[in-house]
Design a protein around this ligand. Structure first.
Ligand code: NAD
Length: 335
């Protein structure tokens, strides 16, 4: 099948080309992120392959549908960037990669917690400059600390398993409790209780209208003073301006982000020669107790190979008219 692959980086191209040896689709790679301004690029393609920051709102979906697209293959798990109701109305099939390497994201979450707690980035830059002072590097032991996990699906469950090894008290909030998590001591409580009791809060639920700005002014008030907040899920789960105020007042003591609500214009690009125009992001970067990574939690070789393999298999299912288990149904959205 002829597929337009958007937001392509060198690593996408090599993993897709390698895996495509077994599938033989006609892949055409575009470096551009799909937006309404370049949607004409899909002309002649029945399928497109997109990533987390490609724009698939109502207008873009209408434009690409008019240009003959029938399949949208997301090469990611989250689907918050697709207007699924409009896609459904236009008869567009949307497939995704629901699970590729949840361990990759879970392990990066732990990397952020540990680096923030033990001030690894500050220590590294200091020591490189010959400064071996310990002032400002004081950490805490995770053992015995209460960690609140919001969303114990594939990734949240793995985070819980790792933190169980650290000897943490594991608290969780999820509309569906997980038997395996409960078996090793995860305690399901209300979101309000989780905010009140946790020393570390880590977000692993999807971004949906109900979870937009889940972390906001009101709930920050419930949190312990000096709490650590980690988000490796989706940027808009957090009201960033509210979090900045809480960092300034020291209510939030540590912030680790792999995602940011306005990341679409910034992440995945080398902007080191440019002036950052986003004042909120620029302010975040000034705090000594904030670590931001540019949506790299998924980024391992195993994950890239699995993403390419499953995406190509999804496309083949569609091409051959077979049932594809990774099709996003409206039921999933309403769940
Ligand atoms: P999943 O679907 O397996 O798990 C999500 C869990 O969140 C489910 O158990 C669900 O019941 C729960 N949930 C839904 N609404 C909730 C709410 N209001 N409060 C609490 N829990 C709620 O998804 P996953 O594979 O674990 O991925 C989680 C998120 O991680 C994805 O939505 C995606 O946005 C993000 N992600 C980020 C990266 C990255 O590189 N940073 C990579 C992959 C996925």
């Amino acid at each position: 099948m002829k597929v337009a692959v958007f937001s392509t980086k060198s690593f996408d191209k090599s993993s897709f080309e390698q895996q495509n040896l077994s599938y033989c689709h006609d892949l055409v790679f575009f470096e551009e992120r799909l937006t309404k301004h370049n949607s004409y690029l899909v002309n002649g393609f029945a399928a497109i392959c997109v990533f987390v920051n490609d724009q698939l709102d109502q207008e873009v979906l209408r434009l690409i549908s008019e240009n003959g697209v029938r399949l949208i293959a997301l090469r990611c798990a989250g689907f918050n960037n697709v207007d699924l109701l409009s896609a459904n109305e236009l008869g567009l099939t949307v497939v995704r990669v629901p699970e590729y390497s949840p361990d990759a994201v879970a392990e990066h979450t732990i990397a952020l917690i540990m680096a923030l707690n033990r001030r690894v980035c500050r220590a590294h830059s200091r020591v490189r400059e010959g400064n071996f002072s310990l002032e400002g590097l004081l950490g805490f032991e995770l053992h015995g600390k209460a960690v609140g996990i919001i969303g114990t699906g594939r990734i949240g469950k793995r985070v819980a398993r790792i933190l169980n090894g650290f000897g943490c008290i594991l608290l969780a909030s999820d509309p569906y409790s997980d038997i395996e998590c409960e078996s090793f001591g995860v305690k399901y409580i209300t979101l309000e209780e989780l905010f009140t009791r946790s020393d570390v809060i880590t977000l692993h639920c999807p971004l949906m209208p109900e979870t937009y700005h889940l972390i906001n002014d009101e709930v920050i008030k419930l949190m312990k003073s000096g709490v650590m907040l980690i988000n490796t899920s989706r940027g808009a789960l957090i009201d960033t301006k509210a979090v900045i105020e809480a960092l300034k007042s020291r209510k939030i003591g540590y912030l680790g982000l792999d995602v940011y609500e306005e990341e679409g214009d910034v992440f995945f690009e080398d902007l080191s020669n440019q002036i950052i125009q986003d004042d909120v992001l620029a302010r975040l970067l000034t705090f000594p107790n904030v670590i931001i990574t540019g949506h790299q939690a998924f980024f391992t070789q195993k994950a890239l190979d699995t993403i390419a393999e499953i995406t190509l298999s999804n496309i083949t299912d569609f091409e051959k008219g077979r049932h594809c288990p990774n099709t996003i149904s409206l039921d999933l959205v309403r769940r």
